[in-house]
Write a protein that binds this ligand. Structure first.
Ligand code: GAL
Length: 722
């Protein structure tokens, strides 16, 4: 090459690069995504090179194709050409179109607000403290009010610009305004896309069609294998002991529950049960539990499950330490080694130890603690693991890996489990674990309950302590309308009767929860078979309009120099099962507003008409949490039982009907303990209310449909609305 030619070549490329920067046709440098239908109504596109393992792989998700086939036929929810993806700036980037009126929900276990549009989320696994980004379940899945869902299926730290940021070449680029002269200048001009990126050579994007937002969630859950179905006893009352309780203290506690007439289904043991904890040995503490088999037999005889706390960081004093060490990462957590559970050898060692010394003796499940973070507790981002899995991917998926492994232990014994975990992620719908947190804000807890249903995870707003008897009751009421009802006394040694002034109120709501077992179990049946979450945000309920208040921002030289609007995004009431609306009361709140969707709604306790299509202000005595039932709602209940596991085969049913409209609802049943339901051993019954010739209502419970004889005895109908 001669000199002149080289010089010319350089200046030509520089000009070309500069002009490409200045004028680019619409999204020209972002290639279109190519979509492949993976299951009915679920499409996948890959940007760059597919990741070695996605969230779905870590979760081992196996789509419920038959159930997806039964859903409404749908077409791809966007103009395909408008979906784009590229590898740019070392990142895999996806761009999904967004219409001006759409609201976005989800993005994991969020403790604040509901509508995620208009913010940037750097989602990352962590121990929650505040904000919207570091979460116990940073699930990169959102649902649009327009009726579709999108999952960025990459197990990495992800940045999601939820309707924020405008490319100069985007199709709906807004007209710039002059802040000097135009009062409508907007600090955050509308963007016509959701853009998301991970530092990676590729990313899979999955789109889930609706047609409704709830259908999109159902498709997502079904794609993950269907929602989990906990054992029946898991839906009863859980009590965690103080950390250093011994076997005798536990048995005394059980006795106290019996004497005071409080139901009890699971006892949780905290770190003290290990011979050493933080890091853990997974071996019984010989001082506190000298005869673990006898202790567990006594608990089993009482019909009470035992749940063991643990974290997965292995103590040098653990019997499995030497065997598992070659399969551990470079760094430690609390000086315990961190197994690389992507390796079959590590899984085998853990599973054999747990199956043999806990589960075979009767342990009903685990509480998997500390798998989420705080950076200074977890391994650093540069830690290395023997499988070659990066520290980042490990962090995002460790909670998922633990759930999968524990489920395998129990499945091998054909026993269901229900546990707790402090970290989860996309693909987890089928795992019977509820997330919990150390964060202790009652309102935040209710928001998390509402938001968990958008992301295929369950959450328990467990109760630990309270500043007053009133707070104790109000928190207990919220817990009782959640997927897992637990008092965690690990630090405060609290009991349901700790505040004696409100012992009766607390007992009453726990008993109500026990009575709702058939209703709740049916809701989980629907979660499993149809993907419908048992706890749902009101925006998923037909006839509800979210009361999101947007107040104009006032220009202020220091606090609000860009005059951003303030959005009051209220998340404080939710649907529980098919037809029950829950509106918790908080401490010092004597009354509250409840938005009743269009239609007619009735007070759960009295059956009286409460309103419809309006905001009602309600008060409730201390022993009641405001509950409303939609017209035609049918709620099957049992008499109160102290142990769900001890429930006989002919426990009578009381079937309640609310409102004036004849209706039909389904009742689900199976053996409540094994995985036989997966082989078809379950049944549904129709509960039908019709109007008789005298103008009154009659109820009928059908013969079971399916291959199982239901566990309930005689049914009595109660027409609540007179
Ligand atoms: C915390 C956990 C609590 C309790 C405690 C025991 O991390 O969130 O629920 O188990 O550890 O040390």
């Amino acid at each position: 090459m001669n000199r002149t030619f080289t010089a010319l070549f350089v200046s030509f490329t520089m000009i070309a690069a500069a002009s490409a920067d200045r004028v680019s046709p619409l999204l020209n440098d972002m290639p279109r995504l190519h979509w492949q239908e993976k299951a009915p109504g679920v499409w996948s596109a890959v940007i760059g090179e597919e990741e070695a393992f996605t969230y779905m792989d870590f979760a081992g998700a196996s789509p419920k194709v038959e159930a997806l086939e039964k859903m409404p036929a749908v077409v791809f929810p966007f103009v395909k050409e408008d979906t784009r993806g590229a590898i740019a700036a070392n990142r895999a980037v996806a761009r999904i179109p967004l219409a001006p009126e759409e609201k976005l929900y989800g993005l994991g276990l969020q403790f604040q607000g509901m509508n995620r549009r208009g913010k940037v989320y750097h989602l990352r696994m962590d121990h929650y403290s505040s904000g919207n980004e570091r979460l116990h379940a940073p699930v990169p899945f959102y649902v649009s009010s327009a009726g579709y869902g999108v999952l960025f299926n990459s197990p990495r730290y992800i940045a999601i610009y939820a309707g924020v940021g405008n490319r100069h070449d985007s199709p709906e680029f807004p007209a710039p305004r002059d802040r000097n002269t135009d009062g409508h200048w907007d600090a955050q001009p509308a963007s016509d896309a959701v853009e998301a990126s991970v530092v990676s050579g590729g990313m899979e994007v999955l789109v889930f069609a609706g047609p409704t937002p709830l259908d999109a969630i159902r498709r997502y859950n079904l794609y993950c294998g269907g929602g989990c179905l906990p054992p029946k006893w898991g839906l009863g009352f859980w009590h965690r002991m103080r950390t250093h309780a011994d076997a005798a203290e536990v048995l005394k506690e059980v006795d106290d529950f019996n004497k005071r007439g409080f139901p009890l289904d699971v006892i949780g043991l905290e770190p003290g049960w290990h011979s050493k904890a933080y890091p853990c040995t997974y071996e019984w503490n010989p001082m506190l539990f000298p005869q673990p088999a006898d202790f567990l037999n006594a608990m089993t005889a009482e019909g009470i499950g035992v749940n063991l706390w643990e974290n997965p960081y292995v103590s040098p004093d653990a019997g499995i330490y030497d065997a598992i060490k070659p399969y551990c990462g470079s760094h430690t957590v609390w000086l315990g080694i961190v197994p690389d559970f992507t390796l079959p050898e590590a899984r085998e060692i853990y599973k054999t130890q747990h199956a043999g010394t806990h589960v075979a003796l009767g342990v009903s499940g685990y509480k998997v603690d500390e798998v989420d973070g705080y950076d200074f507790w977890l391994w650093p981002d540069h830690a290395v693991f023997p499988s070659g899995t990066s520290a980042e991917v490990m962090r995002q998926t460790y909670g998922l890996q633990m759930q999968k492994m524990q489920m395998e232990i129990f499945r091998a014994q054909n026993r269901r489990t229900y546990g707790q975990v402090r970290a989860s992620n996309a693909g987890a719908s089928n795992y019977p674990f509820a997330i919990y947190t150390d964060h202790y804000d009652h309102r935040g807890f209710v928001s998390a309950l509402i938001n968990c249903g958008f992301s295929g995870v369950l959450y328990t707003p467990e109760i630990r302590s309270a500043g007053s008897p009133e707070e104790w009751v109000r928190r207990m009421q919220t817990v009782c309308f959640s997927p897992l009802v637990q008092l965690n006394g690990w630090a405060d040694n609290t009991k349901p009767w700790t505040f004696e002034e409100v012992e009766n109120e607390v007992r009453e709501v726990i008993k109500l929860r026990q009575r709702l077992l058939p209703y709740m179990y049916t809701a989980f049946g629907r979660y499993h078979f149809e993907g419908t979450p048992p706890i749902r945000a009101m925006v998923l309920e037909p006839g509800y309009e979210a009361a999101e208040i947007v107040e104009a921002g006032r220009l202020d030289g220091t606090d609000n120099p860009y005059a951003m609007a303030v959005r009051k995004d209220v998340a404080d009431q939710y649907m529980f099962g098919d037809c029950l609306l829950v509106a918790p009361l908080f401490t010092r709140q004597k009354s509250r507003d409840v938005i009743l969707p269009r239609g007619r709604w009735y007070d759960f306790y009295t059956g009286n008409y409460a309103g419809g299509g309006e905001v009602v202000n309600v008060t409730a005595p201390l022993n009641q949490i405001p509950l409303f039932v939609k017209d035609g709602g049918i709620i099957p209940m049992i008499p109160d039982v102290d142990r769900i596991a001890g429930m006989g085969n002919d426990t009578p049913l009381e079937i309640r009907h609310y409102g004036e409209t004849p209706s039909t609802a389904m009742l689900y049943d199976d053996d409540g303990v094994s995985f036989d339901f997966e082989a078809g051993r379950y049944c549904w019954q129709e509960m039908t209310v019709t109007r008789n010739s005298q103008g009154g209502l009659d109820g009928r419970l059908s013969e079971p449909i399916g291959n199982f004889v239901p566990a309930y005895g005689e049914a009595t109908w109660k027409f609540m609305t007179k």
